[in-house]
Design a protein around this ligand. Structure first.
Ligand SMILES: Nc1ncnc2c1ncn2[C@@H]1O[C@H](COP(=O)(O)O)[C@@H](O)[C@H]1OP(=O)(O)O
Ligand SMILES: [Mg+2]
Ligand SMILES: [Mg+2]
Ligand SMILES: [Mg+2]
Length: 306
């Protein structure tokens, strides 16, 4: 890495290494057994793994990039972490690639990094660990541009555990092999822990051949990228900018689309409302606008209206 390496490349490369380190923390907390669960609200648990992984990520990124705005789900500002949690080595193979021209000159003040140290906390506490991801999203001037989705419990055939997927708009994706979803089916992936009647109406209109109920925004987007589903439908408020920034960037770097339920992209500047009030609709290999229009207008208008 040279001093002329564009900032976005340096942020992505350190985020890849840091997400992996956070994944080790998440596995260690589970192994040690005491999850230290705190309820932040209805269906909104936090564990020692969420807290510790966030400290590791925010301390590591802010040490290297002190002037960049970083927003984490757990609101952590304690940067006094043990050396063992401070990651300073960027992922070298990511740095071998060329920076897309569009981001080459982005300045520190153009960035916001959105950190979800553990996406799928409810599933983590219930033993569905394959749904768990670490999400680091890189926004430039209001848009989700880059993202890391790390799966700490992914089992490789070789026995190795964990994998790290990245995406940068204009460059592409890495860490996995994209697969197109089957042409003769329409499979929806959706929440298993945050459903309600309105959300169910939005899912039902698609008359899907299969509805997969899994945890986490990161995991659902990976299902789209690996051809397991055609659309991710979440017609309720509840997920936040740190849930969607990384998944949106990775999905869109691979030709998919992630918007609210009305087909509009979310904004990711530092002062934006954290809640994704109008839900999530993500798709791959479909006409996204057609999917939006399938959802009755009264349902779309009701999502997030109060
Ligand atoms: N009502 C809610 N309150 C808090 N977090 C939510 C809510 N709905 C969704 N989320 C976040 O969005 C993710 C995806 O939602 P779902 O699994 O229901 O589709 C959840 O894992 C959770 O992230 P996190 O686990 O990081 O707190
Ligand atoms: Mg949470
Ligand atoms: Mg989350
Ligand atoms: Mg989380």
């Amino acid at each position: 890495m040279t001093s002329t390496t564009p900032l976005v490349m340096r942020i992505m490369a350190l985020s890849i290494s840091t997400a992996k380190r956070a994944g080790v923390i998440i596995r260690d907390v589970l192994k040690q057994g005491d999850l230290g669960i705190v309820d932040k609200g209805k269906n909104d648990p936090q564990t020692e793994a969420d807290r510790s992984a966030e400290k590791c990520i925010i301390a590591s990124l802010s040490k290297k990039f002190p002037t960049i705005k970083i927003i984490g789900e757990e609101g952590g500002t304690d940067l006094n972490v043990c050396d063992d949690w401070l990651v300073s080595e960027p992922n070298e193979s990511f740095l071998q690639q060329s920076c897309p021209a569009a981001w080459q000159d982005a300045q520190p003040e153009d960035f916001v990094i959105w950190v979800d140290p553990l996406d799928g906390t409810a599933e983590y506490t219930q033993g569905f660990v394959e749904h768990v991801t670490v999400l680091i999203g890189v926004a430039i001037k209001n848009s989700a541009v880059g993202g890391i989705i790390h799966q700490p419990f992914y089992q490789h055939a070789s026995g190795e555990i964990g994998r790290t997927i990245w995406g940068l708009k204009g460059l592409g994706t890495g860490g996995f092999t994209p697969v197109a979803p089957p042409k003769d089916e329409f499979i929806i992936t959706t929440t298993r822990s945050h459903s309600n009647a309105l959300h169910q109406r939005a899912v039902d209109v698609f008359n899907a051949s299969k509805v997969l109920k899994v945890g986490g925004a990161g995991y659902k987007v990976l299902q789209l990228l690996e051809g397991k589903a055609h659309a991710y439908v979440f017609a309720t408020p509840g997920c936040k900018k740190w849930d969607t920034c990384a998944p949106e960037a990775v999905l869109e770097a691979n030709g998919g689309t992630l918007t609210n339920i009305n087909g509009e992209h979310y904004e990711y500047h530092a002062d934006v409302e954290h809640v994704n009030r109008r839900g999530v609709l993500a798709s791959v290999g479909s006409d996204h606008k057609e999917l939006v229009e399938k959802i009755p207008l009264d349902v779309r208008q009701a999502v997030g209206s109060k």
